[in-house]
Design a protein around this ligand. Structure first.
Ligand code: GDP
Length: 174
């Protein structure tokens, strides 16, 4: 069965988002990066729908350390059977690692949602535009969504899209 993968470099708020999506504490969040070392599955059952979420370990551009290599491999391998990707970026802090994650998503056939997180911390929304233009020029996203994983703002949209795209829905995989 397909699942929703939550991907992004460390510390962008993936675990916080997963917790919000599931409405309960299932994965670990921390101020320190690299907390999530394993795939954590969460299942959201609502009526006839069942959405399986995977919180991928953060991707690391620096591969000299064995732990970084292992985490990169785990994060990429979990994209094999994916029905929808949520690419989480930190709207307050963009790095080269975000571009590396973007590169890993290239060629995927499934819908990709660009979730711009921590918008509660963004004072100057205009400052986001150049980054958005850059990301948009690199890849066509199915949706671009500003969110606050911490406050839960706009998170519901992701749940709705997940239901729409999961293979249980006949119109996507006939
Ligand atoms: P992960 O490494 O990508 O799983 O990131 P975490 O979920 O562990 O979050 C990293 C840090 O960002 C934590 O201190 C979170 O509390 C913080 N954070 C996550 N989402 C938000 C948000 O929407 N707004 C703000 N201000 N902080 C957030």
């Amino acid at each position: 069965c397909g699942f929703v993968a939550i991907v992004g470099r460390p510390n962008v708020g993936k675990s916080t988002l997963l917790n919000q999506l599931l409405g309960q504490k299932v994965s670990i969040t921390s101020k320190k990066p690299q907390t999530t070392r394993h795939r954590i599955l969460g299942i959201d059952t609502e009526g006839a729908y069942q959405t399986v979420y995977v919180d991928t370990p953060g991707l690391h551009i620096e591969e000299k350390r064995a732990i970084n290599r292992l985490m990169n491999r785990a994060a990429t391998s979990s994209l094999g059977d994916v029905a929808m990707v949520v690419f989480v970026v930190d709207g307050t802090h963009w790095t080269k690692d975000d571009e590396m994650v973007l590169g890993k998503l290239r060629g995927l056939k499934c819908p990709i949602v660009l979730a711009i997180n921590k918008v509660d911390q963004i004072k100057d929304k205009e400052a986001l535009l150049p980054h958005l233009e850059f990301l948009g020029s690199q890849m066509k996203f199915t949706h671009v969504l500003p969110i606050s994983a911490r406050k839960g703002d706009n998170v519901e949209k992701i749940r709705e899209w997940a239901k729409e795209w999961l293979p249980e829905n006949d119109h996507f995989f006939p």
